[in-house]
Design a binder for this molecule. Structure first.
Ligand SMILES: Cc1cc2nc3c(=O)[nH]c(=O)nc-3n(C[C@H](O)[C@H](O)[C@H](O)COP(=O)(O)OP(=O)(O)OC[C@H]3O[C@@H](n4cnc5c(N)ncnc54)[C@H](O)[C@@H]3O)c2cc1C
Length: 383
């Protein structure tokens, strides 16, 4: 065994190793540790949650859009309820502010009808129609021909959520190692061996259970797993989204969404817990992870936003941040479901790969953790 360093240096064998300390990796690790398993999260960056988990809309989705029967639908609906309870129990800041999805034409009204039917089939029974006059009464700045109102949509502090998950993990004896990049692995019958780079030091670790929760890099981590058939690894597609904040007082009390586009939910209004409005994300297919903002998108944003917020002063739009959707379907292809790939998908015991965990992955994180635990036969613990 090579030299080890860091707070996890005593570990050369764990019951389970999670690759990736984003919200999903932390939720899975918390779930495993609460079942009494010795659990270690390996995170490449200096700080957990530095990628998609801190570059999103922080919306607790109700589960309206996803095809009935899909993992996205099922895990969003069950994850959302778990998440609200978890936020209450652990003091994670959130607000059940509700959301309006607005139609600005007759054709879009038909799309909303489709959302309503999908919502009901997904078990989301509190979504209701609002007339243009009803919307004007609650959101005077918004123009639409009709809307759906989703009262169980909310917003949360995603950093506080991840901090709470990490606290639970550590309280159950698990740990997170940062600046620890998984650079290679060999799969085995009974246990898997990982090669981890921490600074100049290479470390070998062994675990019975291995979960690849590397987000944008899940396909490239999978390619490093010696023994895993390449044909089981989906392609990686990256869809970048920009956000602009609205300077000054927000003219909205609810989240306001247009009808969804093919690769995203449309440039919508979200509110942060401080009440500031931000717009986004748009969709730009890219080939590399680059989080720089592109100010030249302001005009395109203004045009999209004015369809439902005609009084927008584009001078108040300030570039904020970007995020990148970890997609496994490309431009023009139908949206893929979450891919939670266990033995049936790749032939190895004790391994789950998580691919394409885009939205609503934040909402669904606790339910994804249960699903991964079920695939690996991990019993329910105390958490
Ligand atoms: C623009 C945008 C908006 C979104 N809005 C919402 C929303 O409002 N509501 C919602 O529910 N969901 C939303 N999502 C989805 C949600 O953010 C993601 O599903 C979720 O954050 C995914 O978490 P993760 O842990 O899988 O990935 P990540 O947060 O990306 O974590 C993966 C981690 O793996 C680490 N890693 C990678 N390779 C290695 C390696 N070799 N060794 C060790 N570590 C490694 C990375 O450093 C990273 O920290 C949005 C996503 C995007 C992009």
């Amino acid at each position: 065994m090579a030299n080890q360093s860091g707070p996890w240096s005593s570990v050369d064998r764990a019951d389970c190793i999670i690759v990736g300390g984003g919200v999903v990796g932390l939720a899975v690790a918390r779930r495993f540790a609460s079942a009494g398993l010795e659990t270690l999260v390996l995170e490449r960056e200096a700080v957990h949650g530095s990628h998609t988990s801190s570059r999103n809309s922080e919306v607790i989705h109700a589960g309206l859009y996803y095809p009935p029967g899909s993992l996205k639908a099922r895990l969003c609906v069950s994850g959302r309820e778990q998440l609200y309870r978890y936020c209450d129990d652990r003091g994670v800041p959130y607000r059940r502010c509700g959301k309006l999805i607005v139609a600005t034409s007759e054709e879009e009204r038909g799309t909303l009808q489709g959302y309503l039917e999908a919502a009901r089939r997904n078990g989301v029974t509190d979504v209701a129609w609002r007339t243009a006059a009803e919307v004007a009464a609650i959101e005077p700045a918004v123009r639409c021909t009709a809307a759906l109102c989703s009262p169980s949509t909310g917003i949360l502090d995603s950093h506080a959520f991840m901090q709470a998950l990490l606290g639970d993990l550590e309280a159950s004896g698990g740990s997170l190692a940062c600046r620890a990049e998984v650079v290679g692995a060999s799969l085995g019958r009974g246990s898997h061996r990982l090669l981890v780079q921490q600074g100049a030091t290479g470390i070998e670790l062994e675990a019975r259970l291995l979960v690849n929760a590397a987000g944008l890099d899940a396909p490239s981590v999978a390619r490093r797993l010696e023994g895993l058939a390449a044909a089981t690894i989906p392609p990686r597609h990256l869809a970048k989204g920009h956000y602009f904040t609205l300077q000054g007082r927000a003219p909205f009390r609810h989240l306001v969404y247009p009808v969804a586009s093919s690769a995203g939910l449309g440039i919508h209004v979200t509110l942060d817990l401080g009440g500031q409005a931000r717009f986004g994300p748009d969709v730009e297919w890219v080939t590399a992870v680059d989080y720089s903002s592109d100010e030249s998108r302001r005009d395109a944003f203004a045009e999209a936003i004015r369809r439902y917020y005609p009084a927008l002063d584009a001078g108040r739009l300030q570039p904020a941040y970007t995020g990148i959707r970890p997609k496994i379907s490309g431009p023009g292809e139908p949206a893929a479901d979450f891919c939670i790939q266990g033995t049936e998908g790749h032939g190895w015991e004790g391994l789950v790969n998580l691919y394409g965990i885009e939205s609503p992955g934040l909402t669904a994180a606790l339910a994804i953790a249960d699903e991964v635990a079920a695939r690996l036969g991990v019993p329910r613990g105390h958490g």
